[in-house]
Design a protein around this ligand. Structure first.
Ligand code: ZN
Length: 73
């Protein structure tokens, strides 16, 4: 029986960069993990910021204009 120890590889492992999908080293020496580079991280941060802005904008626009009370003639 082959015993598989969890955390056998505690060294670097490669994951897919969330920004570009390229190989990214998920290791402590990769300051930009899970991204492969600072550029990808900045890209993601930019996406986050814009998304947050969008959400915030839509949230503020949640309140629809109160329609004028129907004036019965
Ligand atoms: Zn990347």
């Amino acid at each position: 029986m082959s015993r598989q120890q969890p955390g056998d590889r505690k060294s670097a492992r490669t994951i897919a960069c969330p920004a570009c999908g390229g190989p990214s080293r998920y290791a402590s020496d990769n300051a930009f993990r899970p991204f492969c580079s600072q550029r990808c991280r900045n890209l993601d941060l930019g996406a986050w910021a814009s998304e947050r802005y969008r959400v915030d904008a839509s949230a503020s626009g949640t309140q629809e204009r109160t329609e004028p009370p129907e004036e019965s003639r």
